[in-house]
Ligand binder design. Sequence first.
Ligand code: TXA
Ligand code: MG
Length: 339
Amino acid sequence: MKTEIIEINPEHISPVSIKIAAKKIQEGGLVAFPTETVYGLGADALNPKAVAKIFEAKKRPLEDPLIVHIAQKEDLFTLAENIPDITQRLTDELWPGPLTLVLKKSSKIPPIVTAGLGTIAVRMPANTIALVFIEFSQTPIAAPSANLFGRSSPICAQHVLDDLDGRIDIIIDGGKTIVGVESTVLDLTQNPPCILRPGGVSIERLKKILKEVEIYKEKKILSPGMYRRHYSPKAKVILVEDDGKVQVEKVRKLASCLNSQRCSIGILAKEENRDKYDGFNVKLLGPENDLTVCAANLFSVLREFDKEGVDIIVAESVEEEGLGLAIMDRLRKAAGVVL
Ligand code: TXA
Ligand code: MG
């Protein structure tokens, strides 16, 4: 299959181009598209055959359920049932945006979308190209991140092409995504509501709306974004979780030690520590005090190390506040070793 790339300028969205992509969805094809978080790999959520192609293209296990994307808040009512009252405030304040809600599913959705679960994950992305594309497709769009299973999520069209060239019909190239990490997955079927995956909406923000909110601790896998060793680059990742000077010292020692064993080493560092690793291949996550920048860079930097053929990435940690929780979640899952 030849993968066609359709470039769309987010400032001047061409309806003609979006219609080509929307038609492909209606024909049961696969279209990768930008959202505010990462690129998604979309298919018609009401067409089980089309949805099956997503799992095939990504090599994703069938027991990992998909998020359904909508362009109108009201569409939630056709996809979900027994919707709790708090949903209204959450969607009023945070949709469109990087928040996925898990609710009891309606019978409209084929089981392959939800991996046979009685619940469905739904979100309305804050990206105009995505919204117009879903609207024109005239159907809800099931879409996981547009990467091969287990790899880092794509934040630009090139990342999608690197993983899925020849495996999908169309990639809508709408430039780099803004948030850079995936949406927060919030389960509203539990009481109190429970964060299954930290993401673009912080727990601090959710606490302004919800009286109580829990963070899911790994007991069993409810949300397969929780698979350990997920979001992984090809290189091994060693994550060093210490503060300040101790962290820099540990990273430097470890990198020197590995270097002497003829491994190709990369260091993933915060901007402030740029000068602390002279002579090493350092890439910067972003400034310590601007975690939005760090989140936006994370998956790109991991993929850059891969392109250079680095064997081991030694990564600094960030503070687990705001988006830091999502960044550390992804780094821990990418890491084979946490020190
Ligand atoms: O930002 C995002 O969420 C991106 C963009 C494309 O929207 N999508 C994304 O999809 O990250 P994916 O498939 O890579 O991750 C979806 C997560 C998985 O952890 C999945 O297990 C969880 O959502 N999920 C989906 N349906 C669920 C359900 N019914 N119950 C619990 N978890 C669910
Ligand atoms: Mg994913």
